[in-house]
Write a protein that binds this ligand. Structure first.
Ligand code: C2E
Ligand code: CA
Ligand code: CA
Ligand code: CA
Length: 280
């Protein structure tokens, strides 16, 4: 009766209100974060296992919040998606990464062009004119074909497979590469995913990190083998130890992205890594 109702009002309502206020505050702060240049990109090296050279980088967003400090994407990307800001954030990441990659390619020429990849979210791909943005970015950057890559997950393309396939083909025509992110976390087979023009698959870090040691090589070998049969290259995420890297190399994986070779770092540190790498 009255007591229960009273409890509800006294206990739950203020708490809900507090959470709601935090969330609204964060939303409005996030809306201003881009123009205030609080959103930055870190770059994590993707290493070619054959000779352990730096083959490329993935751009990963961070929010340097004036009071809360550095926030990771898990704390703001889903909010950015919900309020539609992900379109602006995504364009920022795309432009900034393309510009950065062009600078690295000029500063440190390599036999195989250095690549950089950027994450793309659902709203950006399926409910916004990404092709228009990408055309502008590609025209301005003067990048080598295929060296700027867009990463997207299987769940994203499966939201609207027909539309996604059309857009993905146009992205390839514009000269960008396509990587299937977090492979192994969804339910589609690689054979099905072949209808999308991905050139790379990225094996999710949960495979490398949490699969039992015994089953891990069996699973990895079959994914890597099938990807190669379908003409795709393989990046394994989440390699934290040298033995992870050695095992992945023996299983035929081309690239590794993991703490063993470097955490996400500022552009300047990435450049130094690249220069050191070329001199070595
Ligand atoms: P992701 O695309 O799967 O990126 C890889 C994540 O794995 C990164 O987390 C990276 O720091 C982490 N990682 C790399 N190597 C290791 C390792 O050896 N061990 C472990 N435990 N983790 C490793 P991060 O930077 O926190 O990003 C999380 C997610 O946020 C990304 O996952 C991506 O889905 C999303 N994200 C980041 N930046 C952007 C962006 O600009 N746009 C969009 N739409 N999403 C973004
Ligand atoms: Ca990614
Ligand atoms: Ca991933
Ligand atoms: Ca992910």
């Amino acid at each position: 009766g009255k007591r229960i109702g009273g409890d509800r009002i006294d206990i739950y309502k203020p708490a809900m209100r507090a959470r709601k206020t935090d969330r609204l505050t964060l939303e409005s702060e996030l809306r201003r974060a881009l123009e205030r240049e609080e959103i930055t990109l870190l770059y994590q090296p993707i290493v070619r296992l054959e000779d352990r050279s730096v083959a490329g980088f993935e751009a990963l967003a961070r929010w340097d919040h004036p009071k809360m400090g550095r926030l990771s994407p898990s704390e703001f990307i889903s909010i950015a998606e919900e309020i539609g800001l992900i379109v602006d954030l995504g364009l920022f990441a795309l432009e900034r990464t393309a510009r950065q990659l062009a600078i690295w390619q000029r500063a440190v020429p390599t036999r195989v062009p250095l690549f950089a990849s950027v994450n793309v979210s659902s709203r950006q791909l399926l409910r916004h004119d990404l092709i228009h943005d990408l055309r502008t970015v590609m025209a301005r950057s003067g990048l080598m074909r295929g060296s700027l890559k867009l990463e997207m997950t299987e769940s994203l393309v499966m939201e609207n497979p027909e539309l996604a396939a059309q857009i993905l083909h146009r992205i390839k025509e514009l000269g960008a590469g396509l990587a299937l992110d977090d492979f192994g976390t969804g339910h589609s087979s690689l054979a099905y995913l072949q209808r999308f023009p991905f050139d790379t698959i990225k094996i999710d870090k949960s495979f490398v990190r949490t699969t039992a040691k015994g089953t891990r090589p069996v699973l990895l070998r079959s994914i890597i083998g099938l990807a190669h049969d379908l003409g795709m290259e393989v990046v394994a995420e989440g390699a934290e130890t040298d033995s992870d890297a050695v095992e992945l190399y023996q299983l035929g994986c081309e690239y590794v992205q993991g703490y063993v070779f470097g955490e996400p770092m500022p552009a300047e540190a990435a450049r130094e890594l690249l220069i050191g790498d070329r001199l070595a």
